[in-house]
Ligand binder design. Sequence first.
Ligand SMILES: NC(=O)c1ccc[n+]([C@@H]2O[C@H](COP(=O)([O-])OP(=O)(O)OC[C@H]3O[C@@H](n4cnc5c(N)ncnc54)[C@H](OP(=O)(O)O)[C@@H]3O)[C@@H](O)[C@H]2O)c1
Length: 366
Amino acid sequence: MEKMRVGFIGAGKMASAVAQAILLTGRIRSTTPSSFEAKSPQDNLGRYHGFSHRKLLRSQTEQMGAHHPGGQLRLFRSQNHVESQSQTKQDTASHLRSPGIGSTSYARSTATYPKMKCWRSDGDVQPVNIFASAPSNRNLEKFQTLSCRTTHSNLEVLENCTFVFLATKPHVLPTVLEEIAPAVTPEHVVISMAAGVTLETLEEGLPAGTKVLRIIPNLPCVVQSGAIILSRGSCVGENEVDVLKKLLSPSGLCEEAPESYIDIHTGLSGSGVAYVYMFAEALAEGAVKMGMPGQLANKIAAQTLLGAAKMMLETGEHPAALRSAVCTPGGTTIHALHELEKGGLRATVMNAVEAATNRAREMGKR
Ligand SMILES: NC(=O)c1ccc[n+]([C@@H]2O[C@H](COP(=O)([O-])OP(=O)(O)OC[C@H]3O[C@@H](n4cnc5c(N)ncnc54)[C@H](OP(=O)(O)O)[C@@H]3O)[C@@H](O)[C@H]2O)c1
């Protein structure tokens, strides 16, 4: 079965967030460009350009809020996973030798387009099978650090990959579509992340029959806790959606929805992350005002949001029910909630979602 090759045209924040999530799941295998010789099983743990997956996992857990128990557990699980991979050096080595996998020369010399009759859809995408392009090296370095392949040529990404994410800013996308259209084949699955660029625009800009999807991820994809909505174009079937969902599931929640929900998702979740940060900041500053050191207050604010979110997801309860469970009659919480009501928190947040959704719609009309 052919290995899946995933491409990113545009290598900025969202592209690297999605790529990192893809790489941190499934099997974390060492991938070595042909010139790189692994000397020990440890060298095979994704070390390249002085980088180890351990470092990536550690830094991501730190980003997640330092030492909260969930982060430690996740790091532990991931490390165990990496450890188990070190026992499969032989397997990995033979894998790297197998035709068409992990060999730059194969990718460049065999076919103009990848032969992808069927894909491995178990989330097992190795860094060597991820390609990213961007005009400058500014963001490509992140991909190089992950041992992915990089190029300044968007067409090279298309030549080497079947699943191609378009991850440039929306205003750049028309130029990119024009550039890549002649190289897009029926084998390709093109997935745009660009806010406000409709499936209709994408389908019009690419050859008739192209399989096109839109996704709107959010930044927490980088810590595998994102929320992604995907919508399919008219030529996309169940197989592509299933494979894409499996590919993206490591990034967090991934739900298919009608395209009309995409702008709402931008207002709720894409932009929503920023509202939550603002709330977290205010929460912590309240504690600082009352005398708690800022660092501790930030950490506890983050953990409070994480815990509250987890309870919502794990119990399936309506947030109003969970909130009311915290309210002792005449107690601290109800006094605080009264203040939030006086400040119009709920109406303000609803207005924020509405404003961001409308803005996304406006951008889509341009
Ligand atoms: N950020 C979010 O939270 C978020 C959420 C949902 C959706 N999105 C969408 O995701 C997309 C990417 O956002 P981002 O925040 O990742 O943007 P970003 O960090 O600014 O990255 C944009 C990337 O596009 C590259 N680029 C520019 N012109 C190009 C061209 N002609 N060909 C190929 N690549 C080109 C840039 O190259 P250089 O590296 O050389 O600058 C950069 O790597 C946007 O369309 C946005 O609407 C973002």
